[in-house]
Design a protein around this ligand. Structure first.
Ligand code: ZN
Length: 483
């Protein structure tokens, strides 16, 4: 007889109704949460139920043999994290040109990126998923090259993803070493993939027009019209830098979000990354359009772009998720770092320690992200939703002292918001499927992925060096062509 129900017993749990301590989370064979509260077995301390597979939960009656009980004493449970904006394959470019400024960084990244092959994108994606799983991320919004082979890799790990095929202009080939697809092809492929994965619990497909400064207006208008017709969401970048705002305003006579609004983009379901330099009117308009945004504080600081107005977004009622952006501008996929920064950054800016509370950022990083990506059947630990849940070890120095007795909401949210790190994550369940168990991956060979990633990075540097040497050779051979 198959397992009918899985029960997790932990020291505490973060639920929409507040902190539960001690905690029991139970989900059925379909991964749907059937119970979230204090342990149902009266008088049973966690130590009385050992970790067991196929064990019985005392007092469960006739079907007890079908219940798996996992004793997670020394752990706390929270919803799995959702990364609202990244470019997974760029994990291969970790640490490229970190200290040289935005334009030299972009040049260094592009010098390597143009040599990416499909194998590189594959291993980059896999490396990103390994790191995300290890740090408690269960779902991510991605913009890069995507096709069925890559999507199936995501499905194999058990993760959820909203995948957007990055496009720049109808005739522009986005990733020449990876695929011959230009922008028009990417739009067609988006619609084919969206049809193929319609209704899939793990995959959502989105249009990925890169940004208003890389995509011509008529291309954006066409995507907006298609999105309105097909219902496919749009994932894009808006107002990442002041330079972008100046350029778009000079070119089109409107700030970036207003420019996109005039093209009809917000008639569709939009997820907009960065939004660092929105005007107050744009913030209010985007809230009214029902657009979702992704706050990427580490990337925005590291690239010198600025600080997005999260408190004003919250005030306006914007739908908000939290993202890392790519590893090339971060250099980590650990969302716990973003959670802490997203809170304290705005306190510093406002000189007010009461703005952007830990509980609010934790909600943004979980249910906010699930909402922004359209995974509305997960994102919080409540009966009826899918069990996307992570368990963090709270026995270490960084979690001591942590007094959870009496269900002190502030103690758990302050720990998760300000002290916890991705390396505290010990277990990950997605839709009830156990994909990371006590620090071991169950759905991907992490050692093999890391080894292949090192080889891929070395090959990229060699290819870029060859290209540079060839270019120098050509220049020396035909000096008259220069200038
Ligand atoms: Zn981005």
């Amino acid at each position: 007889m198959g397992i009918q129900e899985t029960v997790l017993l932990a020291d505490a749990m973060l639920t929409p109704a507040g902190v539960v301590a001690p905690a029991e989370l139970a989900f059925d064979a379909a991964g749907r949460i059937v119970y979230a509260g204090t342990p149902r077995v009266a008088g049973t301390g966690h130590e009385e139920i050992s970790v067991q597979i196929g064990g019985t939960l005392p007092g469960e009656g006739a079907h007890a043999a079908d219940v798996v009980v996992r004793d997670l004493t020394g752990h706390v449970l929270m919803p799995g994290l959702v990364n609202g904006h990244t470019h997974s394959a760029m994990t291969l470019l970790r640490g490229v040109s970190d200290d040289e400024g935005f334009m030299p960084w972009l040049a260094a990244v592009q010098a390597l990126e143009q040599h990416l092959t499909h194998d590189d994108v594959t291993v980059g994606l896999q490396l990103a998923m390994v790191e995300m799983i290890e740090t408690g991320t269960v779902a991510f919004a991605d913009m890069y090259h995507w096709d069925e082979r890559l999507i199936e890799l995501v499905r194999g790990t058990g993760m959820r993803a909203m995948v957007a095929l990055a496009s720049f202009a109808p005739e522009a080939v986005g990733f020449p070493g990876v695929s011959p697809w230009n922008g028009a092809d990417a739009v067609e492929q988006t619609e084919e993939l969206a049809a193929r994965y319609a209704g899939d619990a793990q995959i959502r497909v989105a249009y990925g027009p890169h940004a208003p400064y890389t995509c011509p207006p008529e291309f954006l208008r066409e995507i907006a019209e298609r999105a309105k017709r097909t219902g496919i969401p749009i994932h894009t970048h808006i107002s990442e830098s002041a330079a972008e705002v100046a350029q778009i305003t000079a070119q089109y006579g409107a700030t970036p979000a207003a420019h996109l609004a005039s093209l009809g983009l917000f008639d569709a379901n939009v997820l907009a990354a960065h939004c660092v330099h929105l005007t107050q009117a744009e913030i209010e308009d985007m809230a009214r359009y029902g657009a979702a945004v992704s706050h990427n504080p580490v990337s925005n600081l590291k690239l010198g772009c600025g600080i997005a107005a999260l408190p004003e977004w919250q005030e306006a009622g914007l739908r908000v998720s939290l993202g890392t952006d790519s590893v090339a501008s971060n250099n980590s996929l650990d969302l716990f770092e973003e959670i802490k920064l997203a809170s304290i950054l705005h306190r510093g800016g406002k000189q007010d320690a009461a703005v952007v509370k830990a509980a609010d950022v934790l909600a943004i990083a979980t249910s906010g992200g699930a909402d922004a990506l359209g995974f509305t059947e997960s994102g919080s630990l409540e009966v009826g939703l899918l069990a996307d849940v992570i368990a963090l070890d709270v026995t270490g120095s960084g979690a001591t002292p942590l007094d959870l007795a009496g269900a002190d909401t502030a103690a758990l949210t302050s720990h998760l918001g300000f002290a916890a790190t991705g390396s505290d994550v010990r277990h990950v369940f997605i839709g009830g499927r156990h994909i990371y168990a006590d620090g071991t991956h169950l759905t991907i060979d992490a050692d093999a992925v890391r080894a292949r990633a090192r080889i891929a990075r070395a090959r990229l540097h060699a290819a870029a060096d060859d290209a540079a040497a060839n270019a120098a050779g050509d220049a020396a051979a035909s000096p008259a062509d220069q200038g």
